[in-house]
Write a protein that binds this ligand. Structure first.
Ligand SMILES: Cc1cc2nc3c(=O)[nH]c(=O)nc-3n(C[C@H](O)[C@H](O)[C@H](O)COP(=O)(O)O)c2cc1C
Length: 302
C-alpha cells in the first residue's frame, strides 16, 4: 500500500487506484482543514527522509463530499479504500471515524503517532505512548462505528451494514516494555468491538534534526519525523516484537524504508501481512509507478 501522507485528494486517489498498490490509503485526515507547516517540510536524504508536513488536508467536510467517489474509484480497480484519521481529542477521532464509515470506507487506520503536531507552541504528546489514551480513542471510535453502521442499516443503505474494521498506527517504541504494554492492551481488546484488528508499525521517528552545509536546518520548523531506509531496521524490530506479543488475529502492517522487493520480503518474514511505503513515493516526486517497481522487484526475487 501507499502509506499515509501520500494521497489526500480525489485526483490522487484516481492515480493511486490505477497503480500497483493493493489498497489505497487516504490521509491522514482531520476534522478541520489544515494548511500544515510552511517552507521546507520534506527532505529527501540518501539514507533517510525528514518531514514535518503538519498533517495538511482539506478536512472532514471535503471528505464527506468526495469519499463516495474515492471509494468508487478504488472499488472499480478492485481495491479497498483505507482512510487514516488523526485527531486532537478522542471525540475528534470518533466524529471523523463516524462520517468516513457512513460514507462506506472499507478500513480505518487510526494514526496514534503523529509527531509534528503543536498546540500553543508545545508539542503534543504522541497518543500511542499513553495506553489510557489509546484505549479511550479505540472505545470512542468503536462506538462511533457501531452508530454509523446502525444508521446505514436503518436508512436502508444495506440490509445489515457491519462497522468497518479499524487498526492503529504507532510510533516506534524505544522502550521494549512500553511496546509490550501497548501490545498487552491490544491483546486484551482483541475479539471485542473496541479491539484494533491490525497494528501498523511504524510512523516516523520523532524530532530528528539535520543541518545543510551552511548550517541551516534542512526543515524550516527544524524538528522533523525521520523515515526511509534508516528507519527500516527499527520498523522491522517493532514488527518482530509485536508478532510475538499479539494474538494471531491481530494483523501487522509494516512501514519504514520499503523501497525494494527485499524490503517486502523482510517485513513478511518479520511477521507483517502487508507493507506500506511513503518515502519511496516522495523521493520519486510522487510517481505512483514506484509501487509497481517495488512489487516487480519483489516478484523477481523468486
Ligand atoms: C511526507 C510524509 C508525510 C507523512 N504523513 C503521514 C500522515 O499523514 N499520517 C501517517 O500516519 N503517517 C504519515 N507519514 C508516515 C508514513 O506513512 C510512514 O509511516 C513512514 O514515513 C515510514 O515509511 P517510509 O519509510 O516508507 O516513509 C508520512 C511520511 C512522510 C514521508
Amino acid at each position: 500500500m501507499n502509506a499515509a501522507g501520500t494521497c489526500k485528494s480525489l485526483d490522487e486517489v484516481s492515480v493511486l487506484a490505477r497503480s500497483a498498490v493493493s489498497a489505497v490509503v487516504v490521509g491522514s485526515i482531520t476534522l478541520r482543514p489544515r494548511t500544515g507547516n510552511g517552507g521546507n517540510v520534506y527532505y529527501p536524504g540518501d539514507f533517510f527522509s525528514l518531514n514535518a508536513l503538519g498533517l495538511p488536508n482539506p478536512g472532514l467536510a471535503y471528505y464527506r463530499e468526495h469519499l463516495p467517489a474515492m471509494i468508487s474509484m478504488a472499488h472499480a480497480a478492485g481495491k479497498p479504500l483505507v482512510v487514516s484519521i488523526a485527531g486532537f481529542s478522542e471525540a475528534e477521532y470518533a466524529v471523523v471515524a463516524h462520517d468516513v464509515a457512513l460514507a462506506g470506507v472499507d478500513i480505518i487506520e487510526l494514526n496514534l503517532a503523529c509527531p509534528n503536531v503543536w498546540d500553543d507552541g508545545r508539542q503534543k504528546r504522541i497518543a500511542c505512548f499513553d495506553n489510557d489514551r489509546t484505549e479511550a480513542i479505540c472505545a470512542q471510535v468503536s462506538q462511533a462505528l457501531t452508530t454509523a453502521a446502525a444508521t446505514s442499516t436503518a436508512a436502508g443503505d444495506s440490509a445489515d451494514r457491519q462497522p468497518p474494521p479499524f487498526g492503529i498506527k504507532i510510533s516506534p517504541f524505544s522502550d521494549p516494555a512500553g511496546l509490550a504494554a501497548l501490545a498487552g492492551l491490544v491483546a486484551r481488546l482483541s475479539g471485542t468491538p473496541q479491539g484494533p484488528r491490525f497494528v501498523c508499525a511504524v510512523n516516523t521517528f520523532p524530532n530528528a534534526f539535520v543541518l545543510d552545509e551552511a548550517n541551516r536546518p534542512v526543515i524550516d520548523v527544524e524538528l522533523a519525523g525521520l523515515a526511509g531506509a534508516a528507519l527500516r531496521p527499527v520498523a522491522l524490530g517493532q514488527v518482530r516484537q509485536l508478532r510475538r506479543l499479539l494474538p494471531e488475529t491481530v494483523e501487522l502492517i509494516g512501514a519504514g524504508g520499503v523501497s525494494r522487493g527485499r524490503d517486502i520480503a523482510d517485513f513478511l518474514c518479520a511477521g507483517a501481512t502487508a507493507v506500506q511505503a511513503a518515502t519511496a513515493f516522495w523521493n520519486r516526486n510522487g510517481d505512483a509507478g514506484v509501487f509497481g517497481d517495488i512489487l516487480t522487484d519483489y516478484v523477481d526475487l523468486f
